[in-house]
Design a protein around this ligand. Structure first.
Ligand code: PSU
Ligand code: MN
Length: 304
């Protein structure tokens, strides 16, 4: 049986040679960031990796085909305003294939596809988590369960505090997902450095890589989440943060936004209501994580 997954030649060659590769998701530029900044950021992330000697593998769905290592043209195509691109979690991959749709892959589906192609490190911005009120809505991101069985390392900046952060960490614990602060025991709150929750920490790329290797040696299948807080001078002012988050939450409830539309709605509302301040932070968060992922991937490639 052959899998219908397209892997770019450059990515296939780097994986085969054991040189460092970092996977990047596409929902961040198809549904997370506003245009035209979205495409610039997608290209900036790839450039940062190349400057560190790492092969980028941006992952998405092009006309139904899961593709690992999108070309610049493909990134522009699925990131265009009129592309009809759908937000594509793991369960959405078959429908996108059947209908030949373009798809922006989430953390869960990007991790899944990256692993299929033999990629061990992935950089993203924020993870999905448990939404507030999940006890009655059951709205918990599919990222959570997916990450319990995909052995990859993901550099991220935690979850937005619009989510229920303590509940999200409890679920990661139940699911066996390894959650580690990068040079801090404080779990980051995406736009802010500290969510108020405490996790175990690693202090270097070497230590993060050693955890991933030990996970593999133990034949464990869970993801390692390396939670890297945004630079202190780039975080959103905590007072502004609390105000706009509460307002975004209220507006989503009033508008009856549900399911996979909720996270993009919240992000867009916050970017607009802060006149781009949260957008700038979102970009800084992401590129900071890409840099750390490059360092960890380089260590992993060296020792393996
Ligand atoms: N959090 C962010 N920005 C994002 C996302 C999450 O701050 O762009 C995206 C990621 O792709 C993540 C997805 O996997 O949203 C989670 O969506 P949901 O909550 O519908 O599972
Ligand atoms: Mn959801």
């Amino acid at each position: 049986m052959t899998e219908r997954i397209v892997v770019a030649d450059e990515v296939r060659a780097a994986v085969a040679a054991g040189t460092p590769v970092v996977a990047l998701e596409s929902t961040i530029f198809t549904h997370g960031l506003s245009r035209p900044r979205n495409i610039e950021v997608a290209f900036d992330a790839e450039r940062l990796l190349r400057e560190s000697g790492v092969t980028p593998a941006t992952i998405g769905v092009v006309a139904g085909e899961p593709t690992i290592g999108l070309s610049h043209d493909q990134i522009e195509m699925i990131g265009a305003a009129d592309s009809g691109t759908v937000k594509t979690g793991i369960r959405d991959l078959p429908l996108a294939a059947a209908k030949g749709l373009h798809g922006g892959t989430t953390v869960a589906s990007t991790a899944w596809l990256a692993r299929r192609a033999g990629i061990a490190v992935f950089a993203t911005g924020g993870l999905g988590g448990v939404h507030r009120g999940a006890a009655s809505t059951f709205d918990e991101s599919a990222d959570l369960v997916a990450l319990s069985s995909i052995p990859i390392l993901i550099v991220n900046s935690g979850v937005k505090s619009i989510l229920d952060v303590p509940a999200t960490l409890e679920r990661f614990e139940t699911l066996g997902v390894i959650v580690l602060g990068y040079r801090t025991p404080r779990f980051p709150g995406f736009y802010v450095r500290d969510s108020g929750c405490v996790v175990d920490a690693v202090d270097s790329p070497e230590e993060a890589a050693a955890v991933a290797r030990a996970r593999d040696d133990l034949a464990l299948r869970s993801a390692v989440l390396i939670a890297n807080p945004v630079a202190v001078d780039k975080q959103v002012d905590p007072a502004l943060h609390d105000r706009v988050l509460a307002e975004a939450d209220r507006q989503a409830a009033d508008a009856g936004i549900r399911g996979k539309d909720l996270t993009p709605f919240l992000l867009d509302h916050m970017h607009r209501s802060t006149e781009g301040a949260t957008l700038d932070t979102n970009v800084a968060v992401y590129l900071g994580n890409v840099q750390v992922a490059a360092e960890i991937a380089t260590v992993l490639a060296r020792v393996s």
